[in-house]
Design a protein around this ligand. Sequence first.
Ligand SMILES: Nc1ncnc2c1ncn2[C@@H]1O[C@H](COP(=O)(O)OP(=O)(O)O)[C@@H](O)[C@H]1O
Ligand SMILES: [Mg+2]
Ligand SMILES: [Zn+2]
Length: 505
Amino acid sequence: MSLAVLYCRARSGIDAPLVTIEVHLANGLPALNIVGLPELAVRESKDRVRGALLNSQFEFPARRITINLAPADLPKEGARFDLPIALGILAASGQIPTTALTASEFVGELALSGELRPIAGALPVALAAAAANRPLVLPAANANEAALVGGARIYAAATLLEICGHLTGQAPLPPYRASINARGVAAPPQPDLAEVRGQQHAKRALEIAAAGNHSLLLSGPPGSGKSMLASRLPGLLPQLSEREALESASVRSISNLGFNAASWRRRPFRAPHHTASGVALAGGGSSPRPGEISLAHNGVLFLDELPEFDRRALEVLREPLERGEITISRAGRQALFPARFQLIAAMNPCPCGHLGDGEQQSCRCTPEQVARYRNRISGPLLDRIDMHVEVPRLAPAALAVAGANGGDDSARVRTRVQRCRELQHQRSGTLNSCLQGEQLRRFCQLGAPEERLLLSAMERLGLSARAFHRIQRLARTIADLDGREAISCADLGEAIGYRQLDRRR
Ligand SMILES: Nc1ncnc2c1ncn2[C@@H]1O[C@H](COP(=O)(O)OP(=O)(O)O)[C@@H](O)[C@H]1O
Ligand SMILES: [Mg+2]
Ligand SMILES: [Zn+2]
């Protein structure tokens, strides 16, 4: 038999579509051709495969070898096809059996020595192979990650020879069992809200934001605790479900960061620096990789020093903030990455940071400087932030008092948040921040006095139509936290109070 067929998987967004690899040996001048739109990395694979075969004491067939990767229109990159290509050549030349090869899937990069090197994105491959109900054979260094998938059948090996021993039946590999069951790993502890003293107003805002998945902007002088508060938001959200955790881990798996076994259960918290480019935030590259907004999928994106970010870089946030995903187009190729994150941002009130910071230091910024600083945040982005909250600096005395005065700890707040989220899901199947159109009218209905209040606030504060709906959704969450079905004037009043930056514009 001079034809062998094997299955492998490509990378497309966080999906891993099937690739069929056909290896055909024909008589003629010795040559190796790979067809099916392979990119540079696949072409380099020729040399690695040749080296790996020879160094594993196999014969490299002196025939015309044609390798077809199908479907041809699927972009293929990376060295993950090395292993199935090498096995295909061995099978087509009769050095290992061809039977039952298509019962499994194979991925892995080969070193010239015949050792297997880990690939990026093993988790999405394992998810797809398990869904297709086929065992997956991959490099040992990827095994722990792949074994997270419930129902996955994983065979892991360190070298090409080990896999050949498995396929010939001379030395079958045992099904891989994780040494520590990574699936059972608990989320590592998060910093606790009780460590933040005072700041009751900001903590209340953080709880509302967590409950309804509302975006939040903290404004206050340096050292007032904005970063401290922001980093405690993930700990107020419910535990990740297994599906969510696998999704987020898949994004990491295909990113430059790679999978992290210790923290895959933890809600992502990403805090890109304000010098981050649009590509770093949104994702990109010639073979698109996810950016910070996708690494924050199912978690929190913290943008510290918001006005310092490049305006054009921030523009990329608008689409994912509405749709929960981002499409990246590069040179005719498209990749879709999930990006459902909760946004929290922080800023100083003025360029020097001390505006309104009375006692200690006074602000020397001119009103024009303050206005210019705030206008660096684009109106449409500010419009999409549900809550604006001032975080004043605590007096040194308040910080120094011994004993706990931090209020509820994260676990207690998380219980309330969870209850509130369940209520929202029962009512509308989604969180309040996502209510749109008809749902918004149905579930955020206002009585006559409430409507009058909101309309007059709109007029007085010059709020946009978008802000109007944001206030409605926010008031819905405030009522829900209190377990009330009807939205009251007090709920609306509190929600309107979170639009401070609109007011000043
Ligand atoms: N409310 C607070 N309770 C406890 N510590 C605080 C509080 N506010 C500030 N701190 C202390 O000040 C430090 C700086 O706070 P940080 O969150 O970085 O401020 P900001 O981000 O507003 O500049 C924190 O690491 C913490 O030690
Ligand atoms: Mg800070
Ligand atoms: Zn100032």
